[in-house]
Design a protein around this ligand. Sequence first.
Ligand code: ATP
Ligand code: MG
Length: 753
Amino acid sequence: MSESKDFLRVKVEEDLESGKYTAVHTRFPPEPNGFPHIGHAKSICINFGIARDYHGRCNLRMDDTNPTTEDIRYVEALKDAVEWLGFEWGDQVYYTSDYFPKLYDCAVELIQMGKAYVDSLNEEEIREYRGTITEPGRRSKYADRSVEENLDLFERMKNGEFQEGEHVLRAKIDMSAANMKMRDPLLYRIRHAHHYRAGDAWHVYPMYDFAHCLSDYIEGITHSFCTLEFENNRAIYDWILDTLGLTPHRPYQHEFARLGINYTVMSKRKLLELVNEGKVSGWDDPRMPTIAGYRRRGYTPESIINFCDSIGIAKANSMVDVSQLEFCIRDDLNLKVPRVLAVFDPLKVTIENYEGMEEIDAPYYPHDVPKEGSRLIPFSREIYIERDDFSENPPKGYYRLTPEQPVRLRHGYIIACKEVIKDADGNITEIKAEYYPESKSGSDTSGIKVKSAIQWVSAEHAKKVEIRLYDRLFKVEAPEGLEDLNPDSLHIIKDALIEPAVITDQLDVRFQFERHGYFYADPIDYTDENPVFNKIVGLKDSWTKKSKTEDSEPKSERKPQAKKVQIDGEVAPMSEEEQALFDKYTGELGLNNEVANTLARDEYLSSFYEEALLTLHSPISLANLITNEVARELKEKQADELKFNAKQIAELVKMVDEETISTKIAKQVFEEMAQSGDNPSQIVEAKGLVQISDPAKILPIIDEVMANNPDNVAKYRAGNTKLFGFFVGQVLKATGGKANPKVVNELVTEKLK
Ligand code: ATP
Ligand code: MG
């Protein structure tokens, strides 16, 4: 649960404390007329999340009162989505259609009370009689029908004796009410349609306003959360329950803001149109904002849940920038997935002074990711590099391979260009190069300075894969319809090359292809013959640079930079000063290119970094924290709104370096600092976050985890070594992230032998 409570949770607590309810009972009530989208994810997180936080219950209810649009397929998609997000709905799924008989009885009761009548105006007349916001409505002459006549007509409506539209059942409330919804709202209409569950039993179907409050009541719901557009319907909700005298334990409706995300549409009707018009491959097309789409694209449930958490719950509708969702998935994958080499647009390089082949041992994870593992990358005389990573006439600030400038092959040697081979049209077809034998990464004694490292694959050993790159589905921020579709939202590369370990090790289904982004083995189209990878998200956010001077623009008006900056490793040239910083960071201070690049290109971040370095000489740890956490804060705040300073960041990093706290806890401490501005040592002290490194304290926890998971222990010992992470994760979790991961790793290895 988040630290500061949202207004819905405040309300729930109030109601529990006052004794209004003894337990909270919510529901998620989708209509099964389409696949759920990310807006539904928000509603799922709210309803199931609140029930979980207060030890209550949440029903999954299909709000299936409209026979013409609903389908069992959508019911399945909704169940899948809730399950995938990690929530449980208990023994059964609920269906409004199961309540049709009860709802019918309630309608009859209203008629008997003189509170409902059968109206026989046509649709147009009904609209006309309703009046306007400034003028009261008029009541239909049919409102004077006797109770007996109404009962008779309503029953015959149910039995199918009338045409659609011939009659409707309306509540008798107030035709001059200021809230237009209260001007005798419709309760039932005639539909001669087959219902996917109720079959042909019914010829009348209840309207949302009638069915929803009663379904909530029938299920014993306490808090009925819905989106803001239902604010005016609340009066009907209350009127129906109160008029029927369904007190005291009745539900109440509370509204929250609908989630909207830019560059996409978010209504099932519009999404259905995309599917039906063949603009996407289906509801689960990776470009769709559906949960099935995100799932197929490679988003993790954690990232979606973190996103829903991070946007909070508000009372006013607003548009969330899609980059915030992208941030959440990037943040999640950064700590989870192996890094590998892939080349999308291959250019052959022949290393003329190299013979034979060797295997280079390269770690799957960078040092700031607390995971271990490595693979062997085959290296040989013929390799492929990215076509873009060579330039004959480099623009200023180009720091990859040129005829004059050597470059490092990631994890491997430094190479220099000797000759450029071209075809008859002048296209470059091959580079003849030479390598420096003493320059191997990790044991480089060559003394040669390079400005960057590029990805590569060995020609003979590389595997061919299909890559699907996705861009925004719509080209405008607030799309209206199909005319706003981005024609280039899908780009397929058939012949990308990848290092063999990706295929043969089968280590994971998600990867970071270095300098390209995060990728996911397509769960449907991937085969051994044709491996297909979806791009989940790029590596860098296109967040706007916020130096101290330039930023006078209000936050909300900042536009994300053109996407070009972030994709596929292509970057704008650096200024001379930026280049000098970059060289210093990668050279003297030993930062990796990615981190150095982020710092060097941001005036504020680099000066913050330099200042922190004055307090603590721990260049790599400082750079990591600053490019991740501090940069993220700056995304949301102006520089002068930050509550912490460079000295405090240095103090925090020092505690990590000295192993007083774990990197995981450091993030938590940072969050606190960002909120309160307190010193990190104070926070660690006050919250008891000191890292546990003492084996005597950790061993009993490992024992317990093993005792609780005998099956996994057996599987591990039988050879399923992938389960190692499971055990480490469980132990870390049991200590609230306080255990020293290194020590846990060692002890778990020992214990599982
Ligand atoms: P759509 O217009 O996209 O079809 P809907 O509101 O008609 O959406 P329902 O299936 O009726 O979809 O919604 C189920 C629940 O999810 C409702 O409680 C609704 O308020 C909530 N919900 C739907 N869209 C959003 C959204 N964008 N943000 C938050 N909650 C949403
Ligand atoms: Mg709807």
